[in-house]
Design a protein around this ligand. Structure first.
Ligand code: HEC
Length: 103
């Protein structure tokens, strides 16, 4: 899951730059598909998996899907907020990095 998280972080950073630079058309929103089955990615810490975690995960995947259909600023922000919500509850360490994604 570490690898997946690093990869989603990079994809989101590219998207942020595209939104800022008005070059959205250069982003292939298909990247979202890579993460839809992310549930199967094993977390390094099994304590991270419980019902609450899955609820955050589902919520996040839905935001990602909405953003894929309509890559607007609002949908981007909603997706980043869903990253932050799960991280506040389960994995606060990377929050500093994730907050760099906020616009
Ligand atoms: C449902 C919970 C959840 C969501 C949603 C989530 N994460 Fe994570 N993330 C984790 C957990 C848990 C870890 C710790 C790694 C592990 O346990 O395997 C992590 C780790 C990370 C890391 C550190 C990886 C490393 O280098 O070790 C980054 C960066 C990260 N997430 C970014 C994001 C971004 C960006 C998003 C949204 C696009 C996001 N995360 C959405 C749970 C989540």
């Amino acid at each position: 899951m570490d690898l997946l998280m690093r990869s989603v972080f990079e994809d989101m950073r590219d998207l942020k730059h595209a939104l800022q630079g008005d070059s959205l058309s250069s982003i292939d929103m298909e990247f979202v598909a890579k993460y839809k089955n992310w549930d199967h990615a094993k977390t390094t810490n099994p304590n991270h998996r419980d019902k609450g975690f899955d609820a955050y995960a589902d919520f996040w995947v839905k935001r990602m899907e909405e953003m894929q259909v309509a890559p607007t600023l609002d949908n981007y922000k909603a997706t980043v907020n869903s990253c932050i919500q799960c991280h506040q509850a389960y994995c606060p360490g990377p929050l500093v990095r994730i907050k760099k994604l906020t616009l």
